[in-house]
Unconditional design. Structure first.
Length: 439
C-alpha cells in the first residue's frame, strides 16, 4: 500500500510538471514579463506561467501592458520599420497540433489590435517555429504593442496571447539572418494574391473561447478567421469556421467593411474596417464579419533575436474587454480589493478621432432601456448601451453592435452614455477610469 501511495503521488507530480511546461509562448519579440525579456530579467519579475491561456479577467495581454506601463518592464524590445519584413518566434512544449495564429499591432495601449498577418493551420509548429510578417508600409510610427494570438487545434477550446512592447519607425531592417525552420507555408497559390490595403482598413484581431458571447473554435480544426486581412498564409490543414455568436459569415464572403460586400467603413454586415486605427484612435468593429480572400503575406520563418530600444508606453489606466468585437473596460486584477466581487467599474468611451464629430444616437432607433438593432447607424462613436442591466452593446465603426450578455453575477447600469458602469450585483463601489484601455 505505501508503494502504491508513493507511485500515485509521483504520477501526480509528473502530471503537474507536464502541465506547467505545456503550451506555447512567444520568444521573439520577447513579451512583457517574459523569461526571454532582458528588462523583466533585470527587474527579477518574470512570469513562470506565460504559456497559460487567456480568461475574461486578463484579456488582452494578461494585463501586463497596463500593469507595467511607464516602467522599465514595458521598455521597447524591438524596432520595426514600416514596410520591413521580420518574423516572430514561438517556442514551448505542447503545440496542440498547431492551429491558427494572428500577429497584430496596437497603438492605443491595447484598446484595439490591427491584424498584420494571419496564418491558418500549422501555427505554431512543434518545438520552435517562426513566422514571417511585413510591417504595413503605411503603419504609423511610434510606440506599439506587438501581439501574437493563437487558437489551438487540439485540446480545450482556448485563446492564447502574448504582447511585446515595440517601436515602429527608424530605418529599414532586414530579416534576421539565421537558418529557416521546417514549418511549411502556402504562398501565392490557389488564387491567393497579396493585396494593398490601407492600414486603417485592416481588420481587428479575431477573439473567441474567452467568456461571453459564446464564440468558440471547433475541436480538431484550424479556425478560419472571418476576416484575416490582406496578409494571409493558408496552410490548408483542417479548416472550419468558428461556431456561435462570432458575428461572422461563412469563409469566402465579402472582404472589407461597409454595407454589403463593399469596402470602406459604414454600417451593415461588412467586416468592420478601421478596427485598428492608424493613430490608435478608432474604435474596434462590432465583430468581424465576412470572409476575406486574403493573400500570402508571411513567409518561411527564422529563429529569434532581440533588438532593444527605449521609450515605453505611458498609459497607466487599467482595463479589459469581453470578446466578440465589443470592448469593455474592467479593473486591474492586481489592484482590485480583497473581495473583487464588490467592485463596480466604469468604462469610458475613447475621445472622438480628430475630424470626427460625435453626436447622440439617432432618435427612434433605441432608448435608455431598449435595444438598438445590430447594424443600426450611430454617430456617437464609442457610446455604450446597457439594456436592463443584463446585457450591453456599443456604437463602434458607425453602427450598433450585437447585444452581449453580462458575465454571470454582474450587472450594468441601464442606459445609453459615454460610460458603462458595471460590477457584481448589489455592489455600489464606483471606480472611475480615464479613457479606457484594456487590462
Amino acid at each position: 500500500m505505501p508503494c502504491a501511495t508513493v507511485l500515485t503521488s509521483l504520477l501526480a507530480l509528473l502530471g503537474s510538471v507536464h502541465l506547467s511546461s505545456a503550451h506555447m509562448e512567444m520568444q521573439f519579440p520577447p513579451p512583457i514579463r517574459s523569461k526571454f525579456n532582458s528588462f523583466a530579467i533585470a527587474a527579477g519579475d518574470t512570469d513562470s506561467d506565460m504559456t497559460s491561456p487567456l480568461s475574461t479577467t486578463n484579456f488582452p495581454c494578461k494585463g501586463y501592458h497596463t500593469k507595467y506601463a511607464g516602467t522599465a518592464m514595458a521598455t521597447s524590445v524591438a524596432t520595426f520599420a514600416p514596410g520591413s519584413s521580420h518574423n516572430f518566434t514561438i517556442v514551448g512544449g505542447a503545440f496542440h497540433e498547431g492551429g491558427s495564429c494572428q500577429a497584430s499591432l496596437s497603438y492605443d495601449q491595447g484598446k484595439t489590435f490591427t491584424v498584420v498577418q494571419s496564418i491558418q493551420g500549422s501555427c505554431p509548429g512543434q518545438g520552435s517555429s517562426s513566422f514571417d510578417f511585413t510591417v504595413p508600409a503605411d503603419a504609423p510610427g511610434g510606440e506599439a504593442l506587438f501581439a501574437w494570438t493563437w487558437f489551438n487545434k487540439v485540446g480545450n477550446r482556448e485563446m492564447y496571447m502574448n504582447c511585446a512592447s515595440v517601436t515602429i519607425g527608424g530605418g529599414g531592417k532586414k530579416k534576421r539572418d539565421v537558418p529557416k525552420a521546417t514549418n511549411t507555408r502556402v504562398e501565392k497559390k490557389d488564387g491567393l494574391v497579396e493585396r494593398a490595403v490601407a492600414y486603417k482598413s485592416r481588420p481587428g484581431i479575431f477573439v473567441a473561447n474567452v467568456g461571453s458571447p459564446a464564440c468558440t473554435t471547433l475541436p480538431g480544426k484550424d479556425v478560419v478567421f472571418p476576416d484575416p486581412g490582406p496578409d494571409l498564409v493558408d496552410n490548408k490543414g483542417d479548416p472550419a469556421a468558428p461556431d456561435g455568436d462570432c458575428g461572422a459569415s461563412a469563409p469566402g464572403g465579402g472582404s472589407g467593411s461597409g454595407s454589403g460586400s463593399g469596402s470602406g467603413s459604414g454600417s451593415g454586415s461588412g467586416s468592420g474596417s478601421g478596427s485598428g486605427s492608424g493613430s490608435g484612435s478608432s474604435s474596434p468593429p462590432p465583430a468581424p464579419t465576412g470572409g476575406n480572400n486574403g493573400g500570402s503575406g508571411g513567409g518561411q520563418a527564422t529563429t529569434p533575436g532581440t533588438a532593444p530600444s527605449p521609450t515605453p508606453p505611458v498609459n497607466t489606466s487599467s482595463t479589459s474587454s469581453l470578446p466578440g468585437g465589443v470592448f469593455v473596460t474592467i479593473g486591474d486584477s492586481s489592484a482590485a480589493p480583497a473581495k473583487p466581487t464588490t467592485t463596480l467599474s466604469t468604462t469610458t468611451k475613447p475621445s472622438a478621432p480628430s475630424g470626427t464629430q460625435a453626436t447622440s444616437p439617432p432618435a427612434g432607433s433605441g432608448g435608455s432601456a431598449g435595444t438598438f438593432a445590430p447594424g443600426t447607424p450611430c454617430a456617437d462613436e464609442g457610446a455604450w448601451n446597457c439594456i436592463g442591466g443584463t446585457s450591453f452593446q456599443r456604437c463602434a465603426s458607425g453602427a450598433w453592435s450585437a447585444t452581449i450578455d453580462m458575465a454571470a453575477g454582474t450587472s450594468c447600469k441601464a442606459g445609453v452614455g459615454d460610460t458603462l458602469v458595471y460590477g457584481a450585483a448589489g455592489a455600489r463601489r464606483r471606480v472611475r477610469r480615464g479613457v479606457g484601455a484594456w487590462e
